[in-house]
Design a protein around this ligand. Sequence first.
Ligand SMILES: [Mg+2]
Length: 275
Amino acid sequence: MTPLFVEANSGLFYQQRLCKSRTKKLLPLRMSKRPAILNEILKEAVTLKSSGTRLKAIFDLDSTLFDVSPRITKILHAFAELPEIKAKYRKESELLLTVKPHPEDYGVKRTLARYGFSLSPSAEFAQQLVDYWKKYFFGSDYLFHDVPYEGAVGFVNDLHNAGADIYYLTGRDVPRMQTGSVASLKQWGFPLNEDHANLILKPSTGIEDYNFKKEFFMKMDKTDGSVWFFENEPINIRLVLENCPHIKLVYVDTVHSESEAPPPPQVLRIKGYST
Ligand SMILES: [Mg+2]
């Protein structure tokens, strides 16, 4: 039984099932409401499939599909629990253990500032903490703490079932983060090819995320058809916009590095995958 989307209307989607009796029934697939643009992309995937082509949907991971704040929190707690840190910085350790995930957290500095830690580079405690955070944030061990944004798993699966090819394009790198990324995507039920070929990570450390992503899109054939890219970092959006105007963009307005201003208003944006 192959599910096919046949209608998209008012946020309600239906799948067509060929029943044993060979009669066709329309059954409700998903009741969740989504931003209108996501419904339009689903409809486009259905239309393209019926004409023999496939829409390509490319998703960043961190802060695009996944809320990473639980990962940040767990790493800070693990640092605070280290015996040598507890012994040397008892007050700071106790404060760190009160940190809770916050959806606007990005990296570690914003979190630390919220709890009143000094971020001076000369502050030995802060430096040790940041070093520890970097080691584990850019690794596989804590990735399973990430939580998909509400509606993200459903939307990506619906898009996949509607006939789109799904790719994940991330600034994570193969040596440190491939194992955990595969496990995390599987854990949450995101569609992943058996050989993980649709998970595209940086081949090595030391490559800037924005260059990696820009070059990925610049190498894509313009005849690849309809390509949608979902991304939370304004710099990545801008570079794709400037260099690959045929790529259709959705700015996922969650949280970002603040290295530059959000994209101009003509770029489509969503706050999340449900309304
Ligand atoms: Mg991101």
